[in-house]
Design a protein around this ligand. Structure first.
Ligand SMILES: Nc1ncnc2c1ncn2[C@@H]1O[C@H](COP(=O)(O)OP(=O)(O)O)[C@@H](O)[C@H]1O
Ligand SMILES: CC(=O)N[C@@H](CCC(=O)OP(=O)(O)O)C(=O)O
Length: 297
């Protein structure tokens, strides 16, 4: 979106945006803000402005954020080694403490402050708050490259949402507040803290609140084919095929799996897009110039 430099520019932008505002009027849109999308201060400001504007025009944003690179940098500073298996961080007791500190602490509060600085009323939460999300331990089977056999790997305190209670989100959505949620959740008995992949967490939230759209902001233009060209639209079936044939790998796996999960739970469309482009969220929702990969049924 180019900045309006004359009143007729502003009027043109508003006229163009109007049908889109009507399409999403009073709808809930879940925006997953990945650690790689956070970028520099300009990108962070565009994001905060977009979220504040959405609420202002009658659309209800729920932000779920990540922070994988930021967790990695803190673990490095502390000399704690970290590895990923199947796109998930193997998380021991010391690591889960840092994960909660970075996600539910520093990053969550920075995003809240940025949105508030743009005139929004953001409220920072984690899955623990209001009993929003209870998690259970993730179990994953992977092929051991040495033996070629499938083995169950222990990822430690990595969780997946087992139960989502939307009460606290509904309260925020129907008030002035914009919920900003860190993907950390407790076990049902309150004894354990789990590190939940932010994509997975966002999908569970989008499904539970009946979101009309889920936007997944990352640092690539969307899902790329083998020649690195952007795929503009995918069905659930095509998306599954891309995971199975290895076109989609690494951190894109939980992202595409989340898209499939959310669409199957009634979210009309999920878009994977580059969160570092100017006003990516508004451009996607309120202009004809939407970018990224749209995944639908
Ligand atoms: N087919 C693909 N299309 C686009 N990105 C892919 C694909 N396969 C793997 N990736 C990788 O997935 C990354 C995005 O996942 P991730 O780094 O976990 O993002 P985020 O931190 O935003 O959640 C890209 O930067 C890219 O390296
Ligand atoms: C289990 C697991 O891998 N958790 C992630 C949580 C943060 C995350 O997902 O952040 P991004 O969206 O920026 O990747 C992690 O520890 O990095």
């Amino acid at each position: 979106m180019t900045a309006p430099n004359a009143p007729h520019d502003t009027a043109r932008i508003l006229v163009e945006a109007l049908p889109y505002m009507q399409r999403y009027d009073a709808a809930t849109v879940v925006v997953k803000y990945g650690g790689n999308a956070m970028g520099d201060s300009d990108a962070a400001r565009w994001f905060a402005q977009d979220v504040a504007i959405l609420k202002e025009v009658g659309i209800n944003p729920v932000v779920v954020h990540g922070g994988g690179p930021q967790i990695g940098r803190m673990l490095d500073r502390l000399g704690i080694k970290s590895e990923f298996k199947a796109g998930l961080r193997v998380t021991d007791k010391a690591t889960v403490e840092i994960v909660e500190m970075i996600l539910a602490g520093a990053i969550n509060k920075n995003i809240v402050a940025s949105i508030n600085a743009e005139g929004g009323r953001a409220i920072g939460l984690s899955g623990k708050d209001g009993g929003m999300v209870f998690a259970r331990k993730v179990s994953r089977s992977l092929i051991n490259p040495e033996t070629g056999q499938e083995e169950v790997v222990d990822l430690g305190f990595v969780g997946e949402p087992a139960e989502v209670d939307r009460t606290v989100l509904d309260w925020a959505i129907t008030s002035d507040f914009i919920p900003v949620v860190a993907p950390v959740a407790g076990s049902a008995d309150g004894r354990e803290t789990y590190n939940v992949n932010a994509d997975t967490f966002a999908g569970a939230i989008a499904g539970a609140v009946g979101a009309k759209r889920l936007l997944m902001l990352t640092d690539v233009p969307g899902v790329l084919d083998r020649d690195k060209n952007l795929i503009q639209q995918l069905s659930v079936e095509e998306a599954r095929r891309l995971i199975a044939d290895g076109t989609v790998s690494g951190g894109m796996i939980p992202k595409v799996e989340t898209c499939i999960y959310a669409v199957e739970r009634g979210v009309e469309g999920v878009v994977i897009l580059d969160g570092k482009t100017p006003h990516a969220v508004l451009m996607e929702l309120l202009t004809p110039g939407g970018a990224g990969t749209l995944i639908t049924r």
